[in-house]
Design a protein around this ligand. Structure first.
Ligand code: ADP
Length: 167
């Protein structure tokens, strides 16, 4: 059954089949959620990322999950916010769409998303949250699939926004 759940916490702690990472184009790790996933998952994830080498903004790639409980990590690259006139919304939407596509392909029953682009990439949280929720709902419908979706909000502001929109 499709269920959208909001969690205020750390994505590393979520028990689910696939965890989505907010990566960068070079897939070389960084701070924020990316750093947390690589730190907790160990070096195997980075090795696979190195082999893949590059991921365009708005796209998603998949690796194993290393030492994490999940089966896979989907690495997707959100847009850097440049004021909203550089196709940021389309690219952010595409991150959620491609992630769901991969999750369906890999037969996930549960998927955890961080709040892509709303950290260092500065996408306004109040614009990103409704876009994420709408896109995920539409994509699951389009794919004709049921999945448990966790929107994992690390900061209180995102948690509030998502709770208001979902509950
Ligand atoms: P981006 O470069 O896409 O903005 P960031 O990692 O800087 O990626 O931030 C994306 C979101 O992930 C932010 O809302 C940030 O608060 C959140 N975040 C940071 N660490 C974690 C974590 N361990 N679990 C879940 N979300 C996290």
């Amino acid at each position: 059954m499709t269920q959208l759940k909001v969690i205020h916490g750390d994505i590393i702690t979520i028990a689910c089949d696939i965890i989505v990472n907010a990566a960068n184009n070079g897939l070389q790790g960084g701070g924020g959620v990316d750093g947390a996933i690589h730190q907790a998952g160990g070096p195997a994830i980075m090795e696979e990322c190195r082999e893949i080498g590059y991921c365009p903004t708005g796209s998603a790639v998949i690796t194993s999950a290393g030492d994490l409980q999940a089966d896979y990590i989907i690495h997707t690259v959100g847009p850097v916010w440049m004021g909203g006139t550089r196709g940021e919304a389309e690219k952010l939407q595409s991150c959620y769409e491609e992630s769901i596509e991969l999750a369906v392909e890999y037969r996930a029953d549960s998927l955890a998303f961080p709040n892509i682009s709303t950290g260092v990439y500065k996408y306004p949280k109040d614009l990103a949250a409704p876009l994420a929720i709408k896109t995920v709902k539409e994509m699951l419908k389009k794919q004709g699939t049921e999945m448990e979706i966790f929107f994992v909000c690390f900061d209180a502001e995102n948690a509030e926004l998502y709770k208001k929109l979902i509950e």
